[in-house]
Design a protein around this ligand. Structure first.
Ligand code: SF4
Ligand code: SF4
Length: 153
């Protein structure tokens, strides 16, 4: 399985400090407490893409690429959220939550500037075909070059 052993992805914003609106979180439905991003190893083979396809067959799962790194996005509400979308564990909330700032968080409604975001197996398959074709072409070119230089010597 290509999931890395490393910890869950830091939420997109990790800077701390005052945001444009200090009351922003009060107006929000705690969007940042309703998903988890898990780092994945870069897919290299059809087998890897096949594993990712399996992820995407599940409800609430998407896969995205951010700054060249692959992640699985899991839609899941944190159990520490109360009915008013307040954190029940605020004083002892995990590090990843402490580091999350609201300067440019999910609240403004803009999608993150991910390199790519796959919501379905079909979307991923289109990318995989292109990726594997390019990989095959590169390999073929390398072989040709190697043959040419072997002939010269
Ligand atoms: S940090 Fe952003 S997404 Fe999270 S609760 Fe505050 S406004 Fe909402
Ligand atoms: S621990 Fe609190 S701040 Fe962190 S995700 Fe859960 S509800 Fe949100």
């Amino acid at each position: 399985m290509p999931a890395k052993k490393s910890n869950a992805k830091e939420k997109k914003t990790v800077a701390t400090g005052p945001g444009p609106d200090p009351d922003q979180c009060k107006k929000c439905d705690a969007l940042c407490c309703k998903y988890i991003g898990i780092p994945l190893d870069d897919p290299e083979t059809w087998g890897d893409f096949d594993d990712f396809t399996w992820f995407l067959y599940h409800e609430g799962i998407s896969i995205y690429v951010d700054e060249g790194e692959w992640y699985m996005n899991i839609e899941s509400h944190c159990k520490m959220l109360d009915k008013d979308n307040r954190c029940k564990a605020y004083d002892n909330r995990p590090r990843i939550c402490r580091r999350h700032a609201h300067h440019e968080c999910e609240f403004d409604g803009r999608p993150y500037d991910f390199d790519m975001h796959f919501h379905s197996a079909a979307e991923l398959y289109e990318y995989a075909k292109k990726f594997m074709r390019e990989k095959y072409n590169k390999k073929r070119k390398r072989k040709k070059r190697a043959k040419r230089s072997a002939k010269k010597s």
